[in-house]
Design a binder for this molecule. Structure first.
Ligand SMILES: NC(=O)c1ccc[n+]([C@@H]2O[C@H](COP(=O)([O-])OP(=O)(O)OC[C@H]3O[C@@H](n4cnc5c(N)ncnc54)[C@H](OP(=O)(O)O)[C@@H]3O)[C@@H](O)[C@H]2O)c1
Length: 253
């Protein structure tokens, strides 16, 4: 059996299980299965590997994208540069960490860049990245790659550049690209939202939410109401899953 799966603290209904079960069925891979593994603590990871000897690969979701790294035998260079892992290959008893959120986020951000700078201005758009966890690291990597200056907003002074109380209309006037990498707004807590002065948003802003369930979050709705360009996380989710499957297929050869 070729066993794949997802690790995370609370998994509930999973896109990944439906997605990969569909991929296996469509490609006639009857000996491939995809399971959900809820881990109350990442310290349970070695036991999972021991108990499921037929594991070939894992996806990693919140909150373990960074804390899983010390448990892995090797890191792909991109994942090492990002500092977060969302895909693991298990082969010949060795685990290697990869990051496919980077590829996923690249597909999400490209169409959002037009109109962010004023015509005739050579001042590059600036971004605010909300949250400082695993997905935030992948987003920061892509923004650096694109030469976009950004600030990270965190509840903690140590993990971010700005704490939430400092985000006022002046900050939002300067940062026209706002990317939510926190779980605020995610099912089942759909009424939660990043605490921002939303009235300061305009048609010159672009809002990206990595949350994909629901597709339209309260964060994105505020942006729409102010005329901003908005996109949810579903496209990224599909793109990062496709990249994970490409990596796993390569490892199966
Ligand atoms: N669409 C996609 O393909 C995709 C890919 C990756 C992730 N995601 C989504 O992105 C979200 C984050 O995932 P992740 O793996 O990065 O999780 P994570 O590692 O747990 O990081 C989330 C970060 O959000 C901040 N945060 C958490 N709870 C918060 C709260 N109540 N108020 C304010 N900030 C809070 C924290 O930053 P501070 O401690 O600095 O405040 C935390 O580090 C999830 O909703 C996930 O589903 C989507």
């Amino acid at each position: 059996m070729h066993r794949y799966g997802l690790i995370g603290r609370k998994l509930g209904h999973s896109f990944s299980k439906d997605h990969f079960t569909g991929v296996f069925a469509k490609t006639g891979l009857k000996d491939h299965v995809y399971d959900l593994f809820e881990l109350a603590d990442i310290a349970e990871f070695p036991d999972l590997l021991k108990n499921k000897q037929d594991l070939c690969g894992l996806n990693v979701t919140l909150p373990y994208k960074e804390s899983v790294i010390p448990y892995l035998d090797a890191m792909d260079p991109l994942a090492a540069a990002v500092g977060a892992v969302n895909t693991i290959v298990v082969k010949d008893g060795r685990t290697t960490g990869y990051n496919t959120d980077v590829a996923g986020f690249r597909t999400l951000i490209r169409p959002m860049m037009s109109g962010l700078t004023d015509p005739g201005s050579d001042v590059k758009a600036r971004a605010l990245v909300l949250g400082s966890g695993g997905a935030s690291r992948a987003v920061a990597f892509v923004l650096r790659e694109m030469g976009i200056r950004f600030r990270i907003v965190s509840r903690s002074r140590e993990r971010g550049d700005l704490t939430w109380d400092l985000i006022d209309p002046t900050v939002l006037r300067v940062c026209r690209l706002i990317i939510n990498t926190t779980p605020l707004g995610m099912h089942p807590d759909v009424e939660t939202e990043p605490p921002l002065p939303y009235a300061a948003l305009s048609a010159k802003h672009a809002l990206i939410d990595l949350v994909y369930n629901p597709e339209e979050t309260a964060f994105l709705r505020h942006g729409m109401e102010q005329g901003a360009k908005t996109i949810g996380g579903l496209g990224m989710l599909k793109a990062q899953a496709e990249e994970a499957w490409r990596i796993w297929q390569e490892a199966e050869k």
